[in-house]
Design a binder for this molecule. Structure first.
Ligand SMILES: O=C(O)[C@@H](CO)OP(=O)(O)O
Ligand SMILES: [Mn+2]
Ligand SMILES: [Mn+2]
Length: 559
């Protein structure tokens, strides 16, 4: 598209009216799967979502939410919130961080870029620190990418390397941290044989150390800072393998929540605090949980916690994590250039928007929805409301979370008549699903269903339209399965709980009194995915989507 002939103006839809209130509801972690006792959505009472399903195939269908449909490298990649909401909001499929990093590593271009050259300046006398999530989950980072980066950095001049690991257990099985540490230790030993001084320097569980998001709890980032930068933590070990093994012996220990630890030498001194003259790379490609640590590492003025020491370092992200804040300013791989999102188009075309979730998912319907961009496009036209999440708990103890409060805000926004689009994310299925607590996840799904009902009732009252969908699966399958779909048992005969997202498709339902009677899902978009939703929603606002958007899922037939 030549910039000179570009216009934000969307063409009028030939048949669909403007001005209707459209509720866009995203159920986080709500996939479609066979009904059995590990399908918490099936087990839970979900009368509202069940009633929507009865509208199939004209008003209810499934869409793809994983793999290449959302820009991930392969069909074995489960969906996640970042790529899911990016696709929902942007209406196109972008090669996502995971894939862009793969390409940059495979071609070696990563070592020629501005970011690597920037940090390389420190390799002469400083240490290269790599901070990130240690697993092969592929949601925030990938082990094989870390392995390539270690090898490539050492071949490109790094002589002293310290890895600060975050254990996972959320995108991969709980307990798998031990195996990942073994692999990494093995790689580092091989580097040492080549004369590179390479070690693990600190660690901790991802949900307790470093990887908070949307400013829910700066204490999480501080614990990481203390271990990684200051070399201070309540637990000290001589090796990371010993650390994870020992810390996992605690009753109820869990990879996601391991306490922070530092690795010390024989005299008890931390082996790798970050000091003046060092280079630091956060090797996660996914944005949300890296924005807060990136601020701590990069901002001269910072008041979220006492950093004690703010070392003069050269810091680069694997990607740039926030396009609006340009944070961090140096990065190894350019992020996907997600531009002209549906949110930006709609405000240019007079659509007033309200978006809401609770803190842990707030950025999903704002930041991710808008292409990893913080802030409003147009403050006059948009209102984003964040309901504070509970912090410092695992959500199985509060499975209802703030679903009701989110629904109330959405209801009030709909009834106020001030907005054309009211967009929410209901976190329960996902956040509670990640805890692996099946009973609590059933309660969570019921709560999300009740929230959907409240929003649909408000739409009914104002004669509006609803679109109910999800960003990826999670709660619909809580057990690891073999190739035939049978639950897998561990050595002691217990089922292996699946805390992660899934490869399942997700439902999308449309309806409401404002929907013209002839509107239905087309039959010719068989492989429809989340990226097809933006054009669909634009139609429901009375517009035709831009020609480069993925096609709409709906058509209007004469009755
Ligand atoms: O919690 C997260 O960071 C991811 C899982 O790693 O979940 P979601 O993509 O749903 O945000
Ligand atoms: Mn999600
Ligand atoms: Mn999730």
């Amino acid at each position: 598209m030549g910039s000179s002939d570009f216009s934000w103006k969307l063409a009028d839809h030939p048949k669909l009216p403007k001005g209707k209130a459209v509720a866009v509801v995203v159920l986080d972690g709500w996939g479609e799967a066979n009904p059995d006792k590990y399908n918490c959505i099936h087990v839970a009472e979900t009368p509202t979502m069940d009633s929507l399903k009865k509208g199939a195939p004209e008003k209810w269908r499934l869409v793809r939410a994983h793999g290449t449909a959302v820009g991930l490298p392969t069909e074995d990649d489960m969906g996640n919130s970042e790529v899911g909401h990016n696709a929902l909001g942007a209406g196109r499929i972008y090669a996502q961080g995971a894939k862009l990093v793969d390409i940059a590593l495979a071609s070696g271009k990563i070592y020629e870029g501005e970011g690597f050259n920037y940090i390389k300046e420190c390799f002469g006398s400083g240490t290269l620190h790599l901070i990130g999530l240690l697993s092969d989950g592929g949601v925030h980072s990938r082990l094989d990418q870390l392995q390539l980066l270690l090898k490539g950095s050492s071949e490109n001049g790094a002589k002293r390397i310290r890895v600060h690991i975050l254990t996972d257990g959320r995108d991969v099985l709980d307990g798998s941290s031990v195996g990942f540490v073994e692999i990494l230790e093995n790689d580092l030993a091989q580097l040492r044989e080549k004369g590179i001084d390479a070690k693990i320097a600190s660690g901790g569980g991802r949900m307790y150390v470093t990887m908070d998001r949307y400013e829910n709890d700066w204490g999480v980032v501080k614990r990481g800072w203390d271990a990684q930068v200051l070399g201070e933590a309540p637990h000290k070990f001589r090796s990371a393998l010993e650390a994870v093994k020992k810390l996992r012996e605690e009753p109820k220990a869990n990879d996601q929540y391991l306490p922070p630890f530092v690795i010390v030498d024989e005299s008890g001194k931390a082996v790798g605090p970050i000091v003046d003259g060092d280079a630091v790379v956060t090797f996660n490609f996914r944005a949300d949980r890296m924005v807060m640590p990136a601020k701590a590492l990069e901002y001269e003025n910072f008041d979220k916690f006492d950093r004690v020491r703010f070392p003069k370092i050269r810091y680069a992200g694997m990607l740039q994590y926030d396009g609006e804040l340009k944070l961090p300013s140096h990065y190894l791989v350019s992020p996907p250039e997600i531009e002209r999102t549906s949110g930006e188009y709609l405000v240019h075309n007079g659509v007033r928007t309200f978006a809401c979730s609770e803190t842990v998912k707030f950025g999903h319907v704002t930041f991710f929805w808008n292409g990893n961009r913080s802030g409003y496009f147009n403050e006059e036209m948009e209102e984003y409301v964040e309901i504070p999440s509970d912090s410092g708990i695992t959500f199985n103890v509060q499975p209802k979370m703030k679903a009701l409060e989110i629904a109330e805000k959405a209801r009030d926004a709909i009834l106020s008549g001030k907005f054309h689009q009211v967009r929410v994310n209901l976190p329960n299925g996902d956040m509670v699903g990640h805890t692996g607590d099946i009973e609590a996840t059933v309660v969570a799904c019921k709560a999300a269903d009740e929230a959907v009902k409240m929003i649909l009732d408000a739409i009914e009252q104002v004669g509006g339209i609803y679109v109910v969908t999800a960003d990826h699966g999670n709660a619909e399958d809580m057990v690891k399965r073999d190739k035939r779909g049978q639950p897998l048992l561990d050595k002691s005969g217990k089922i292996q709980i699946l805390t992660s997202h899934t490869l399942q498709p997700v439902p999308i339902a449309i309806g409401g009194p404002g929907l013209l009677p002839g509107v239905r899902f087309r039959k010719d978009v068989l492989d429809g995915g989340l990226a097809n939703v933006a054009a669909t929603v634009m139609n429901l606002h009375g517009f035709v989507a831009p020609s480069d958007y993925e096609q709409t899922l709906i058509e209007v037939v004469e009755n």
